[in-house]
Design a protein around this ligand. Structure first.
Ligand code: GLP
Length: 276
């Protein structure tokens, strides 16, 4: 697992957006099938969404051949509610890019049969060939999507009970009233995220420092579901300086140092030898 430490949130957002844009553009040069992108909500990806929309506007990136799958959605909150993840995604991203509406997939938290909705979601991901890159954020309790502590690390898309910590943290979007925060959500599972070909997680701010420490320096544990990334063969956490305050100095320095030398091996055109 790579850990990329950026100086601040703005640089983090620019870096992640450009990374995703490069992936989409490289994919589109090689394949005619759409690029499949998994997406989160929350304040963490807002900067990235802004940067991606700017790249789209400037003609450097197109979402016309991109299919998206969102990570989660509250149960029994109207789609039109300003805090539904449907509303969030259109407000912060989809309304600003050239993605065809039929390429957008978000779980329906008002479906008559919630389990069937989850099964259909998993089937649709499979049908389009799986997720090429899953972008994620984390909760203060280390959850990825809404996979709260104790979630099975092989869980699939399902109904999940939200814990008090998450509902308290998210009450800031519901007039600071925890009673207004839904108690249930539909969420992709840890296993669903782990099946993606690549996972990139944004971790920003000191309130995420403990979760980052657990995910990077702790063992793999269902109590910090982000830690499952340690078992993924292509995963990366991109964080800002503030989020690193609970890491050991040695860990911080290690990742700073190794990333300095993390360059793509390139060959000299004339000699066909690798350049170092
Ligand atoms: C919610 C979402 C998560 C998200 C988390 C963090 O719980 N279900 O997918 O990662 O919020 O949100 P924020 O980025 O606002 O801290």
């Amino acid at each position: 697992m790579r850990l990329l430490i950026q100086n601040n949130y703005d640089l983090l957002s620019k870096w992640v957006a450009n990374y995703i844009a490069d992936k989409i553009n490289a994919h589109q040069k090689k394949h005619s099938r759409p690029f499949v992108l998994g997406l989160p909500t929350g304040s963490s990806p807002i900067g990235t969404y802004k940067e991606l929309a700017a790249l789209n506007k400037s003609g450097k990136l197109s979402f016309k051949n991109v299919i998206t799958f969102n990570m989660d959605e509250y149960v029994a909150l109207e789609e039109t509610h300003p805090e539904s993840y449907h509303s969030f995604m259109f407000k912060h991203f989809f309304d600003h890019i050239d993605i065809p509406k039929e390429n957008i997939n978000i779980l329906d938290g008002n479906a008559e049969d919630l389990s069937l909705e989850c099964e259909k979601y998993e089937a649709k991901i499979k049908e389009v060939g799986g997720i090429d890159l899953f972008l994620g954020g984390i909760g203060t309790d280390g959850h990825i999507a809404f996979n709260e502590p104790g979630s099975s690390l092989s869980s699939r898309t399902r109904v999940k009970t939200l814990n008090t910590e998450t509902r308290m943290v998210n009450s800031r979007f519901f007039e600071n009233d925890i009673n207004k925060v839904p108690k249930l959500a539909l969420t992709v599972g840890v296993g669903t995220v782990m099946d993606a070909k690549e996972v990139v997680v944004i971790v920003s701010g000191h309130q995420k420092a403990r979760a980052l420490h657990k995910a990077v320096e702790g063992g793999v544990s269902h109590m910090w579901t982000l830690s499952a990334l340690q078992l993924h063969n292509k995963s990366m956490i991109v964080c800002d300086e503030e989020a690193t305050i609970d890491l050991k100095v040695g860990t911080y320095k290690y990742f700073k140092d190794i990333e300095k030398h993390n360059i793509e091996p390139t060959k000299d055109k004339e000699t066909d030898q690798y350049l170092y």
